[in-house]
Design a protein around this ligand. Structure first.
Ligand code: NDP
Length: 320
């Protein structure tokens, strides 16, 4: 790994797209991309691992093109890597620090042109935290966007100790974090979560008391209702039928049906710092799909796998 700005190259390898479209059509490996330079409040990272998220392929399809950066774009929000250069105003980090984070403060409002599926990336220091020592770079790169989304949603619906929650999409990147945070950080009284048949044991291992197999059970028909319903799959119309009177429903995808609320996550390294004790103690664990780690050269295969919508936890690209 590079250790000093003096030996940094001027060009790097990066996966890029020059036009919007399906990942299998538009994603290309370039080997002569100019290494971005950090602004005053940014650091330059040598990327060790990059997590990928559905927002990467949605953005690649052009779904946010009205508020996107100009093409060509290097995709990737999540990163774990090593600081190799710091901007003049950077206070928290120095060269050699091992850090992780989601590099886009606003997910769809001008996300950066220079994402994380590259040998180097630049990122504002406020979006980063030191990597928990017990986690590998691959594990750390699996976390930022999903754990920050899980946390922001739980905060927005005023989740707290003693409340019950139903998580829709418990086996996905976000869902696996919602369950663990609800159990370990907030002290939920009861956690129900939905997934397909083969993933129910996983839900239990994450801390769910009541795994619901959506392939034969309709959660909205259960007599039991919940203080909070967190919808991570886009089933808001049904979600609002499963909440107690006076309870709260938060959805992160699809149509919003009253009284549910929605949000688009804001990246913030302070959330990672707040959750660090839970990560370092192993109470909250990264959840990477058993087939979900891909080498840099197989980035298109990583996207093809994520795009199935069936992954368990996360897909991560190992850059070096
Ligand atoms: P994933 O690709 O990780 O989700 C895959 C999982 O979804 C699979 O394990 C699958 O389980 C599960 N799933 C699919 N359909 C259902 C269903 N009907 N019921 C229960 N589980 C189901 O996605 P993420 O968790 O990363 O993201 C979820 C959604 O949230 C995406 O649309 C994403 O873009 C959005 N999002 C929005 C954010 C925001 O700020 N608004 C932030 C982050 C994500 P199975 O195989 O068992 O069906």
């Amino acid at each position: 790994m590079a250790s000093s700005a003096a030996i940094l190259p001027s060009k790097m390898k990066a996966w890029t797209y020059l036009e919007y479209g399906k990942s299998s059509d538009v994603l290309k490996l370039q080997s002569d991309v100019v290494v971005p330079q950090p602004r005053d409040d940014q650091v330059l990272l040598q990327v060790v691992a990059a997590g990928i998220n559905p927002i990467d392929f949605k953005r690649m399809l052009g779904m946010f093109k009205n508020s996107d950066s100009p093409l060509p774009i290097i995709p990737g929000y999540d990163v774990a890597g090593v600081v190799v250069k710091v901007g003049s105003q950077v206070k928290k980090f120095k060269e050699g620090d091992q850090v992780y984070g989601d590099i886009n403060e606003k997910a769809v409002d001008h996300p950066t042109q220079f994402g994380t599926i590259a040998e180097y990336t630049v990122v504002a220091e406020k979006l980063l935290a030191l990597k928990p020592k017990n986690l590998s770079f691959v594990e750390a790169a699996s976390l930022p966007l999903v754990i920050e989304t899980a946390y922001e949603g739980l905060e927005r619906c005023h989740f707290s100790a003693g409340k019950s929650i139903l998580v829709l999409g418990g086996a996905g990147g976000v869902g696996t974090m919602i369950i663990q945070l609800a159990r370990q950080v907030y002290g939920a009284s009861k956690i129900a979560a939905t997934a397909s048949t083969g993933k129910l044991d996983l839900l239990k291992s994450l801390g769910a008391d009541l795994p619901i197999d959506y392939t034969y059970q309709n959660f909205e028909d259960l007599p039991e209702k919940f203080d909070v319903v967190y919808d991570a799959v886009g089933q808001c119309e049904k979600a609002v039928k499963a909440v107690k009177e006076g309870g709260e429903v938060v959805t992160i995808y699809g149509a919003v049906v009253p009284p549910a609320t929605t949000f688009m996550l804001t990246s913030n390294g302070a959330i990672l710092e707040k959750l660090e004790p839970f990560l370092e103690s192993g109470k909250v664990k990264p959840m990477i799909d058993p087939n979900g780690i891909f080498p840099f050269s197989e980035t298109p295969q990583a996207f093809a796998y994520l795009e199935t919508g069936r992954v368990t936890g996360k897909v991560v690209i190992s850059i070096i």
